[in-house]
Design a protein around this ligand. Structure first.
Ligand code: ADP
Length: 588
């Protein structure tokens, strides 16, 4: 389209120029030819008039009829009209009309001119003959001394016919010249516009992103230089585009693999870049997020307000937000680039849930430990003071108080031991140097260890080992500690005369150790929490029994470091059943 317009702009003015030049030359030639033709005719009429004058000299003074006859004869032989007029304008003879019927010719322009200057001519319509004529008149003096006018005239229709033929030939030649010039013009315009059209097509292709197209060499002229420049430009563009694609891919890869959420916006807070993690942390859909306004994705007042302020003032801000219950984020907002006027805003959201939760747990743990330590220490302090104030010498209360102190010291020792055990277990990512462990033997040892405690409460304790069980991979001390804790609890929370059953079996690739009792049982509301540190259903009863509230936490950690689990089912008033499951290694 562009190039065809270019072609028209080049070709049409050229064509008009050719037409104008050829037309002007043709018109001028026609004009010159007409003038020359008329001049020639006038010249020959003048010569003929002179000749006719000389030939009629003897007849002028003679008889009128004789003169008329002579005039007709000469008119025929010269193929022109001859008129003889006297100095008064009276027509004496005429080769083509009857002079008796002709009016006075003194007023005719050529006659008037001839009478005045000796010679005159005019082109006009003849009233006598009814046609256009070229008249030429000249005076002559007869032998009688009178002045006569000889006028010769020719029909212009002949002249016109000849001129028309001439014009037609001239027009034909002119048209032919225009046609040839137009054909050449068309050819040269096409030849010159074709490379331009190619360049325009190429530029269009580059604009559409077709970076692999190149132009063929355009020779050595200006088009050649332009072709070379465009090809070089396409090479540079292609390299730039590839580099920027590569940078973009790298940036996207980095953003995707980041553990922090990143959102970049323009100065109008319209999102230009966002990673999956940001969508996850700030609770919006990643699909179609780019291009939307920040407030649409994150309708959070503190974030939007801070974003606006940072864009306005260009300073960095870090603040805490919680968009999802139980999830804490630290958001940093700054403008980019670091130097100069802001082109946009970058928000980086870091998930601090774990560290916040860790802080909370730490606080809770310190509070719990302090609380657990305070009770026995207060008791020990109180009894020690009473003893020091004199009770020590009292033979009845002295030993009783000392036994109470010892009981609370034992409690403290248990607590410290359990805490140490728990922190050791919690610090273990994997089991150090695991060995093959026979859980049936572990259960047997634990049962034997606690037999005296059961007997003390007149409880029956039974061990049931169902067939031979494969060995598991683990730490025998930890596993024994876990089974002991479970049996110890069963004895503690089962009244006198109750029954404790320990059974070892297999289930779905695991060795199971079940510890069941017919004791107090655990209310359903407490069941999910009994494995938490320091959680007790009945705090004072646990303490009375020498419990620390850490026994089941230790069991849970032992199960976890062995890749196993601990489950519980219980009915208040009827008893509880704990099941420890440790996986059997595949090569066992
Ligand atoms: P404790 O040192 O208090 O026994 P544990 O962590 O071992 O702490 O147990 C947590 C709580 O679970 C106990 O205080 C008790 O209330 C409950 N519990 C544990 N085992 C039993 C059981 N066999 N029967 C009834 N309640 C139990």
């Amino acid at each position: 389209m562009l190039t065809s317009r270019f072609f028209r702009r080049l070709f049409i003015p050229y064509l008009l120029l050719i037409c104008a030049a050829t037309g002007a030359v043709g018109g001028y030639a026609a004009m010159r030819m007409t003038t020359a033709y008329l001049d020639n005719t006038r010249e020959s009429l003048n010569n003929e008039a002179t000749l006719v004058g000389q030939m009629l000299q003897p007849d002028l003074a003679g008889h009128a009829e004789q003169l008329q006859g002579r005039v007709q004869q000469l008119g025929q032989s010269l193929s022109c009209r001859i008129t003889i007029v006297d100095s008064e304008g009276v027509v004496l003879a005429d080769s083509e009309a009857d002079p008796a019927h002709m009016e006075n010719h003194r007023g005719r322009p050529e006659i008037a001119l001839a009478l005045a200057a000796g010679k005159g001519d005019s082109i006009r319509h003849s009233d006598t003959l009814g046609v256009d004529l070229l008249y030429l008149a000249r005076t002559l003096t007869a032998a009688d001394g009178k002045t006569y006018v000889v006028r010769l005239s020719v029909h212009l229709s002949n002249l016109d016919r000849q001129l028309h033929l001439l014009y037609a030939a001239l027009a034909g030649v002119t048209l032919l010249a225009i046609g040839v010039a137009a054909a050449f013009g068309f050819y040269f315009a096409s030849r010159h516009t074709a490379p331009v059209r190619e360049l325009a097509d190429f530029a269009g292709a580059l604009a559409r992103g077709e970076m692999n197209r190149r132009l063929l060499s355009g020779g050595t002229g200006e088009i050649g230089v332009l072709t070379h420049s465009l090809n070089t430009m396409a090479d540079s563009l292609s390299t730039l585009l590839n580099d920027s694609e590569k940078d973009r891919a790298e940036l996207l890869a980095i953003l995707t693999s980041m553990s922090d959420g990143v959102i970049a916006t323009d100065t109008h807070q319209r999102v230009v870049l966002v990673n999956q993690k940001a969508a996850e942390l700030l609770a919006f859909s990643h699909d179609g997020a780019a291009g939307r306004a920040l407030w649409e994705l994150v309708p959070n007042e503190p974030i939007l307000r801070t974003a606006g302020e940072v864009l306005e003032r260009g300073e960095r801000r870090t603040f805490q937000v919680s968009l999802i219950v139980g999830r804490y984020l630290e958001v940093s907002a700054c403008t980019f680039p670091a130097e100069g006027p802001a082109a946009g805003l970058v928000l980086v959201a870091h998930d601090t849930t774990r560290s916040v939760r860790y802080q909370e747990l730490r606080k809770e743990f310190v509070a719990n430990v302090s609380h657990e330590l305070r009770t026995p220490l207060t008791v020990i302090k109180g009894f020690t003071e009473t003893l020091m104030e004199g009770a020590l010498t009292d033979p009845v209360v002295g030993p009783k108080f000392l036994m109470t102190i010892q009981k609370h010291v034992d409690q403290l020792t248990n607590l410290v031991n359990d805490l140490l055990e728990l922190s050791r277990l919690e610090g273990l990512p994997d089991l150090p140097r695991p060995v093959r462990v026979d859980l049936a033997a572990v259960a047997r040892r634990a049962t034997e260890l606690l037999q005296p405690a059961a007997q003390k409460k007149s409880q029956g304790i039974a061990l049931d080992i169902m067939g031979s069980t494969p060995r598991v991979l683990g730490n025998p001390d930890y596993l024994e500690r876990a089974v002991t804790n479970l049996i110890d609890n069963a004895i503690k929370y089962t009244p006198e005369g109750g029954q404790v059953e320990v059974s070892v079996g297999q289930e779905n690739g695991h060795v199971t150790v079940d510890v069941a009792d017919n004791g107090l049982g655990i209310p359903p509301d407490d069941l999910p929490r009994i494995f938490e540190r320091f959680y007790r259903v009945d705090r004072s009863r646990s303490r009375e029994m020498g419990g620390t509230g850490l026994g089941l936490s230790i069991v849970k950690h032992v199960a976890q470091v062995h890749g196993g689990s601990i489950d519980v089912s219980s009915t208040p008033g009827s008893g509880s059943r704990f099941r420890l499951k440790i996986p059997v290694p595949t090569d066992a």
